[in-house]
Design a protein around this ligand. Structure first.
Ligand SMILES: NC(=O)C1=CN([C@@H]2O[C@H](COP(=O)(O)OP(=O)(O)OC[C@H]3O[C@@H](n4cnc5c(N)ncnc54)[C@H](O)[C@@H]3O)[C@@H](O)[C@H]2O)[C@@H](O)CC1
Ligand SMILES: [K+]
Length: 498
């Protein structure tokens, strides 16, 4: 999938379509024909030896796409069995059903038996118009077909999966599609929550719609690393100087991991600042990274008089007491700052104190637990209003409240800025890294983002590139990964984005 790539909500997709039709650029019938034809081509390309398809058509335009696919596959010589779950309701779907002209059978007992003789099952039950949970018998049918080893192709999006949130509507268990063929742009439901895994391979077909220009505050794209920006060479001072605050004796591992991540993304200089009694321990384990004793907030304020010190990483291994003591001085200096781990945990009881101190060059990197303690109402809404209030919406609301970029970690890491711009670093497809859930991995991520801030990247870009680089490093390393491996994998990642 091309990067950067806009990811649309179902409403935005409808607006694109409406604008194209209103502007006489196309017609609803032409769009459905283009969608169905493109889907049939993809299916035939992926399964060149298949010749027998079962197509499940719903009552809306997703079902209409199904009839168009039926016609194109039949024209290629395939045996096509179309099952109509309900009569087509709209004019385009009705026209597509008429143009198909072949037999249509209603859903019933024989369908399962019919499913046994088919090479491919095509799910055109419903797409972005899903408005109720998929019925249990239909979900069961899809599961049975997938369990029988018949490849499942979802048209636009797997039926039952909410295109806005990537969660299944209701309490139904959906099987994963092998292939999802969608149109114009990916939708949020393909990458958020379960969407990545349930969509299988995602292919986006061009159906000749005009490029969509979302308002700045509505724009969501996939996180990616801007290779041009990252590769620019220069003197080490022109690449910034990052201060990573570390905790007392025995707690420095997290800060050292962060510092190493920062150095590997090209921060010019990295200094670890720690209490005096932790100096010896850190000195024994650091080479390219400088070390300074920072006994208290006054010493920190003094150190930050050096304007070349342009970014701060605050939290990994710091301890709650030290985080509370150092945070005001760190933030008062107005430097680009990553707040992670203890810098978030220390304010679970008093999030407003934290929010009051933040400024617009801050990036917060909570995992779900830290997020729920800082933004309990948003976490409850995510649970209660599922699937309407997605992780993306929660991160956006949090960023607005905090006045800072919020990166909510998870298999679908979402990153939002206070103005509503957002990025998704989905753990699917080309950049999947399920083994990132290893101790210390978050510390490296905080350091990578802080290093990119030191290099002068704006907060949203630093968080998005950092999340991508981190996941890509893990993907390249593969199973067996521990956090220490992540920074050392970064040079190979940079070579790869040449
Ligand atoms: N937006 C676009 O630009 C295009 C849309 N197309 C297709 O049109 C679809 C959207 O069409 P519609 O707005 O008609 O909506 P859908 O066809 O996605 O879904 C709505 C229909 O499905 C039924 N339905 C809703 N939930 C259901 C459930 N749980 N179980 C069974 N039936 C259910 C509804 O009663 C309604 O008839 C897209 O997903 C895509 O496949 C394409 O034809 C081409 C272009
Ligand atoms: K579908």
């Amino acid at each position: 999938m091309a990067n950067p790539c806009e990811i649309l909500t179902p409403d935005q997709m409808r607006r694109v379509e409406d604008a194209a039709i209103a502007g006489d650029a196309t017609t609803a019938t032409a769009l459905m024909e283009a969608a169905g034809q493109a889907a049939a081509e993809r299916i035939a390309t992926h399964w060149p030896d298949a010749e027998n398809a079962l197509i499940l058509c719903g009552s809306g335009n997703n079902g209409g796409d199904g009839y168009v696919i039926a016609r194109h596959l039949a024209a290629r010589g395939w045996q096509v069995r179309v099952v109509a779950l309900a009569l087509p309701s709209g004019p385009q779907a009705q026209a597509a059903a008429r143009a198909w002209g072949g037999p249509v059978v209603p859903l019933g007992g024989p369908v399962l038996a019919a499913g046994q003789g088919v090479d491919i099952c095509i799910d055109a039950i419903c797409g972005i118009g899903l408005n109720r949970p998929l019925a249990a018998d239909l979900a069961g049918l899809l599961r049975a077909i997938a369990a029988a080893g018949v490849p499942l192709v979802a048209v636009d999006i797997l039926s039952g999966l909410c295109a806005a949130s990537g969660r299944a509507l209701g309490d139904v268990e959906l099987p994963a599609a092998d292939l999802t063929v969608s149109f114009h742009r990916p939708k949020l439901g393909h990458v958020l929550a379960q969407g990545g895994q349930l969509s299988g391979r995602l292919e986006i077909c061009d159906i000749r719609l005009e490029p969509y220009q979302p308002a700045a505050g509505a724009c969501v794209t996939l996180a990616h690393a801007d290779a041009g920006v990252l590769k620019r060479q220069g003197h080490k001072y022109s690449h910034g100087h990052l201060l990573v605050l570390a905790g007392g004796p025995g707690r420095g591992g997290a800060a050292r991991l962060a510092a190493r991540g920062a150095l590997r993304v090209g921060a010019g200089l990295v200094t670890v600042g720690c209490p005096a009694d932790a100096l010896a321990e850190n000195a024994a384990r650091l080479d390219a990274i400088m070390l300074r004793a920072l006994p208290d907030a006054a010493a920190l304020t003094q150190m930050l008089r050096d304007r070349r010190l342009n970014a701060i990483c605050l939290g990994p291994g710091l301890g709650h007491d030290l985080a509370r003591a150092m945070l005001p001085a760190a933030l008062a200096a107005g430097r680009a700052t990553v707040l992670d781990a203890d810098a978030l945990g220390a304010f679970s009881e008093t999030p407003d104190t934290l929010f009051a101190a933040l400024h617009d060059r801050c990036v917060l990197t909570p995992h779900d637990g830290e997020f729920a303690r800082l933004f309990p109402d948003l976490a409850r809404r995510m649970d209660r209003d599922r699937p309407g209030f997605s992780r993306l919406e929660a991160a956006r609301a949090a960023a607005q409240r905090a006045g800072a970029v919020v990166l909510l970690k998870g298999p679908d890491t979402v990153i939002a800025a206070p103005d509503g711009q957002a990025r998704i670093a989905a753990a699917t497809g080309e950049n999947a890294a399920p083994w990132l859930a290893t101790a210390g991995s978050g510390d490296v991520l905080a350091g990578i983002i802080a290093g990119l801030l030191a290099r002068g990247q704006p907060p949203l870009a630093a968080a998005a590139s950092g999340a991508w680089l981190h996941a890509e490093a893990a993907r390249r390393f593969g199973p067996g990964l521990i956090a220490e491996d992540l920074p050392d994998q970064l040079p190979a990642v940079f070579r790869g984005i040449g």
